[in-house]
Design a protein around this ligand. Sequence first.
Ligand SMILES: Cc1cc2nc3c(=O)[nH]c(=O)nc-3n(C[C@H](O)[C@H](O)[C@H](O)COP(=O)(O)OP(=O)(O)OC[C@H]3O[C@@H](n4cnc5c(N)ncnc54)[C@H](O)[C@@H]3O)c2cc1C
Length: 387
Amino acid sequence: MADLPTSSGNDPSSGSNSRPDVIVVGGGIAGCLTAYLLAGRGASVTVLEAEAVGSHASGFAFGGLGPLEGSGIPDPLLDFSVWCFNRHVTLAAELQEATGIDTQFQFRDRLNLAFTPEEVARYRSDLEWQRQVAGFKVEWLEPAEAVRVEPRTNPACLGAAYCQGSGAVEAYRYNLAVAQAAEKQGATIRQRMVTGLLRQGERCRGVTLESGEIEAGAVVLAGGPWTGKMSDWCRWNLPVRPLKGQILRLQLPDNPMAASLNYAGSYAAAKPDGLTWAGTTEEEAGFDAEITQAGRDKVMADLLKMAPSLAEAELVQQTACLRPLTPDGMPVVGKVPGWDNLYLNSGGGRKGILWSTGQCQGLADLILEGRSAVPGLAALDLSRFGE
Ligand SMILES: Cc1cc2nc3c(=O)[nH]c(=O)nc-3n(C[C@H](O)[C@H](O)[C@H](O)COP(=O)(O)OP(=O)(O)OC[C@H]3O[C@@H](n4cnc5c(N)ncnc54)[C@H](O)[C@@H]3O)c2cc1C
């Protein structure tokens, strides 16, 4: 284990683990999974969460696990994303065994619909490299073939890239299972708002709270979209900002969808709760996480473009939450420059559930061993943004 000196803390209510090797700020998936992986390797860990585990994006995300598209894919994050996906497959079983919670991981086929010749050309071009990725089957479908896969597909589309082999989890169950598994490994989770860092030269001695402070051998900042606000604590720019997204949960009048439909960043898919979830928006709304009529209209418009017959679906619930987004859409994982033992794990953006496995394994490796074999991790270093 790397040098993680423990020291005394003075938050008397922080529980048995008041002098941890590592404090993790944030009880979303980035914080809880980091804690689970560190605790499983013998570190004493305390997670400090201002509200509740999974109370923000990690508890409300759609939970799609699609490693073949998104920011940084294929270059530089294809290997990283596939590694993350494969780790989800094993982690789901591991969590069920440890906690009894079924995270409802499922393999799920997806149709990426094209409506313009440019989209057809782009998807067909992507298929060239996607075909080389082991574990996934991708092919081009003409409109009638896409309708055969999922009968609600808009027959006016120009075709679809069909991907078999990606998947999904239930995000809240996943966050909860990870938190419980971390506690079973000895981690402590406390409801505390962290207000700053204790600094001594290049070392972070711990954190300050609204009342009191806790010392630790190392600190991980995993505050989701609030991570950017922690820049002042670090005297280093942590370029993470909120990007709001809204999702509709719908009751369909007939059978569940056979494959998820995707178009221009929006999607619709059947979920294990029996509903169809349709998303999403990308809104620069600061920290406002309220649902809106405009958000509902945007999601419905995209949904009806993909599947016009879903106009009959009944709206059951609308949710909104905030993604932690960096300027290039890729996570930031690693040491904060200028500090010996202050680390960052944030910026999962639209794929923070998928990428959580690689972000957290990579960070646990860096904290405990100073290096990691998770592929592509070097591309996530904070130094890519400069000071
Ligand atoms: C609509 C929507 C759909 C999504 N769909 C998908 C998807 O299909 N697939 C996918 O992979 N990803 C998806 N995502 C992205 C994913 O949800 C996020 O990237 C991921 O959950 C971020 O996890 P996190 O732990 O970094 O942040 P969060 O879940 O935001 O957790 C951060 C936690 O830190 C706490 N915190 C902040 N400041 C402090 C402080 N000072 N002290 C103590 N605690 C603090 C907060 O209370 C919060 O609980 C979606 C996101 C949205 C919004």
